[in-house]
Design a protein around this ligand. Structure first.
Ligand code: NPW
Ligand code: ADP
Ligand code: K
Length: 537
């Protein structure tokens, strides 16, 4: 099933459409409060080991997030749990459904203070959710800092208070939750770091909002799951029983040919890793193209991968004219000298699927007098025009190409990584893979896929070279750029997680065959990420 991600604004629209269709806002709040109470009971029973004999402290804020807290308080007390509730404002300052919920609670409402949780087994954080409008400061910030130091389990309602739902940024004090219960669909902050790290386990529950509202609200992104790309999974990576009989006689040229540009003799490892990964990802042939004086050294280090020296633009032309190449990879330790830069610019004029990574991305900025990349060169390239241009920057490379969308600017201006990746994809005409613990894959037509899986083992030299190789290998077999990027990021992350500590980049390509058996376990019948028209339309 497609898993859509909604911004808080889209979620507010989903709430409003539901209310307009005749469901009371207070009914939605009661469903939300019920879901919170259910989650609290699970946590309490796990902690106290008994039914209804623990104490829960509920911290409510001034808006509807606080309203959910009041509803949960009432339900928990009805079930026999001891409840102590504090609110950041007096009942006279509450309005709308939150006021109704506070009135229905009917029990004492205390001022917020750490004393509230001194005998508690669980704290419910219902201070702020989707309506957080600025970083939390002052006394509330001190309270949150104390709560985080208390060591008590914390259940956050919708979002950990202090995390910005749209961007996942946490500018001020921020509740560190063990569990977060959100409603209808996840928000970007449940997937983007640092927000995700504050959420703990995330549960997304149904509160009676119909799926059809999504037709009107749209969605900012979807989560990366095999259902997105399983239908375009290459035949050569399937178990023999699943391969189309007409494809059983395929030869290597049917599986595509990748050309990987390579750096000089002392910098050839990265391109070799990418090349091996492309082969492991199923490309029929992979050729490395080092400068002439590095060719024998590179050849001595590869076996199934072929070597074809490329010294300059002229020899790249000769090589490309001699055989058919389906995908060209430029970047891993390519170097940034003038002749390497010329190769990148030449590649952008060629009618071939093109993956630009690492040094190739820097080449687009280095040596340019204005210090700004000419993105029209990317946008107007044959690869971009045929939807076969892929950029795979990490945050540093991204900042050089798109300085106004960099990580630093995002923090300063509280912008979302999702919005910035989509803008960058639109500007460049490329499918853009903005890497990190939360990788965002964005397309020039405004779609985005999020793969959020903190796997620090992947933060190791050469790991990105493997990723670009996997994507190239999949594209060589005819997988669309978007599907290849989503599948590549999924495989890469799974490989890192399955290997665990001690991982080095060389291990990653060797883990791919076992993952293909996992992929085979996924039912087909999904659809291609490339067929998805979602977005905010
Ligand atoms: N809509 C629905 O039907 C449903 C909604 N549901 C629930 O509602 C939640 C959203 O509710 P919400 O929009 O009322 O926002 P909420 O997060 O409670 O906070 C807003 C208040 O906080 C204040 N404030 C903000 N930042 C602050 C700061 N740093 N420091 C201090 N104050 C600050 C802000 O003040 P202002 O910015 O106006 O000055 C305003 O008073 C959502 O997360 C979900 O839990 C569910 O019940 C399902 C049905
Ligand atoms: N903490 C993390 N959690 C998940 N993935 C990570 C993490 N750190 C790095 N990665 C992934 O590892 C890869 C590193 O790529 P990159 O920075 O280009 O490395 P290199 O240049 O050394 O090859 C990216 O795919 C990135 O998403
Ligand atoms: K909250």
């Amino acid at each position: 099933m497609l898993v859509e991600i909604l911004t808080p604004a889209q979620m507010a629209q989903a709430d409003q459409l539901t209310i307009d269709s005749g469901v009371l806002g207070y009914q939605l709040m009661q469903s939300a409060g019920q879901a919170v109470a259910n989650a609290a009971v699970d946590l309490l029973e796990r902690r106290t080991g008994s039914g209804a004999s623990g104490m829960v402290c509920i911290l409510c804020g001034p808006g509807n997030n606080g309203g959910d807290g009041f509803v949960a308080a009432q339900l928990l007390e009805e079930e026999g749990w001891s409840v102590i509730l504090g609110c950041s404002v007096g009942i006279d300052d509450l309005t709308g459904d939150a006021l109704l919920a506070a009135e229905d609670w009917g029990d004492e409402i205390f001022s917020l203070s750490p004393r509230l949780w001194q005998d508690a087994d669980l704290v419910i954080d219902a201070l702020f959710g989707a309506g957080l409008s600025r970083p939390i400061s002052g006394e509330l910030a001190d309270l949150i800092d104390e709560l985080n130091l208390s060591g008590l389990p914390v259940l956050s309602v919708d979002l950990p208070s202090g995390v910005d739902g749209t961007s996942g940024l946490a500018g001020g004090a921020c509740v560190k939750a063990d569990q977060t219960v959100t409603f209808f669909r996840k928000k970007p902050a449940h997937l983007l770091y640092p927000g995700k790290a504050f959420c703990g386990d995330i549960f997304c529950v149904d509160i009676g909002i119909e799926e059809q509202v999504l037709d009107d609200t749209g969605h900012i992104a979807v989560e990366n799951q095999p259902v997105l790309w399983i239908d375009s999974w290459p035949e050569a990576l399937k178990p023999i029983a699943d391969i189309d009989p007409l494809r059983l006689a395929d030869h290597k040229f049917h599986r595509g040919h990748c050309l990987v540009l390579c750096g000089d003799a002392t910098h050839s490892g990265a391109a070799r890793l990418a090349a091996r990964s492309a082969l492991r990802a199923g490309a029929g042939l992979v050729t490395l193209a080092p400068p002439c004086d590095a060719a024998s050294l590179v050849a001595a280090h590869v076996t199934a991968v072929m070597v074809e020296p490329v010294q300059d633009v002229a020899s790249l032309g000769t090589v490309l004219a001699k055989r058919t190449y389906d995908v060209l990879v430029a970047g891993p330790a390519l170097g940034k000298t003038q002749d390497r830069r010329a190769l990148v610019y030449d590649a952008l004029e060629r009618d071939v699927a093109l993956l630009l990574d690492a040094d190739a991305l820097s080449c687009l900025v280095d040596g340019i007098e204005s210090g700004e990349a000419d993105l029209s060169l990317l946008r107007e390239s044959p690869a971009a025009r045929s939807e076969r241009l892929v950029l795979t920057p990490h945050e540093g490379e991204f900042a050089r190409l798109f300085p106004d969308l960099s990580h630093r600017v995002r923090e300063e201006k509280r912008l979302s990584k999702l919005d910035c990746a989509i803008t960058a994809a639109q500007r460049s005409g490329a499918v853009l893979v903005l890497k990190g613990a939360d990788t965002v894959i964005a397309t020039p037509d405004g779609r985005a896929v999020v793969h959020s899986d903190g796997v620090p083992y992947l933060a190791t030299a050469g790991s990105g070279d493997v990723l670009v190789g996997i994507i190239a290998g999949l594209m060589a077999q005819g997988v669309s750029a978007l599907d290849a990027c989503c599948a590549g990021v999924w495989l890469h992350s799974r490989a890192g997680r399955s290997f665990g500590p001690g991982l080095i980049a060389e291990d990653l390509p060797e883990l791919l065959p076992s993952l293909y058996m996992d992929v085979a376990g996924y039912l087909s019948g999904g659809f291609h990420a490339s067929d998805w028209t979602g977005g905010d339309d």
